[in-house]
Design a protein around this ligand. Structure first.
Ligand code: ZN
Length: 220
């Protein structure tokens, strides 16, 4: 059974979590820090619903497979079926905003990339997507002016500003729905800003999104 998605007041959204559609290298500074070229079209990949866990659950990632990198990302909860729609139409189908960690087995991913193999083992494993509760989308929201951050043990690690995205949210959703139908309960991860790094063990992670979301979790 897939995870139940909830609003920040604990209410169920009524949407069972589906697939998690993600974009790589959507912030120039992050592409640069990993020596990746800035893409001319969004680099898309999918994490399965089984990779998701509630953000507040202590993270027991696969620490025996090399470095586990954290990538803090704005997460969008899809409320209606979206297929080949414009960016504006797609935005109307987003019912919640939250945060996710796109956990990545970086050493595994580097080895797979070298061989030209798919990334699923590095990004789609069980527990690879700690996911917060969702804030209902406020009327008149400016998707280009959202801020978010990650602190680890009280030290700022990542700050994100959706105004810095290479492909903004409407453009991203339009491009995604050309290839992948988004269904109610699917989640879109919008890419990580710079500052990614190896997740330390026995640490406290504190995340915040300017929609009024704060969440705390631990690593084991
Ligand atoms: Zn990512």
């Amino acid at each position: 059974m897939s995870m139940t998605t909830r609003f920040i007041d604990g209410r169920e959204t009524g949407l069972a979590l589906g697939k998690i559609l993600c974009v790589g290298r959507n912030y120039a500074e992050h592409a640069k820090e990993l020596d990746n070229p800035v893409p001319s079209a969004p680099l898309l990949f999918i994490k399965p619903a089984t990779s998701a866990v509630e953000l507040e659950t202590p993270i027991a990632a696969q620490f025996d497979h090399g470095e586990v990198h954290f990538e803090t990302e704005l997460a969008l909860l899809v409320g209606e079926r979206l297929s080949r729609v414009s960016g504006e139409q797609a935005l109307a189908g987003i019912v919640g905003g939250g945060l996710a960690l796109d956990l990545t087995l970086r050493d595994v991913q580097s080895a797979l990339k070298e061989k030209g193999h798919p990334w699923e083992r590095a990004k789609g494993f069980d527990g690879a997507c700690p996911l917060s509760r969702f804030v209902p989308v406020p009327a008149g929201i400016d998707w280009r002016a959202l801020g978010f951050r990650l602190d680890i043990d009280g030290k700022r690690q990542q700050t994100g500003d959706t105004g810095d995205m290479l492909f903004d949210i409407p453009a991203l959703l339009e491009e995604m729905t050309r290839t992948f139908t988004l269904e109610p309960g699917d989640v879109v991860l919008t890419g990580t800003p710079s500052g990614v790094g190896a997740l330390p063990r026995n640490a406290e992670l504190s995340l915040a999104l300017s929609l009024g979301l704060e969440a705390v979790t631990q690593t084991r």
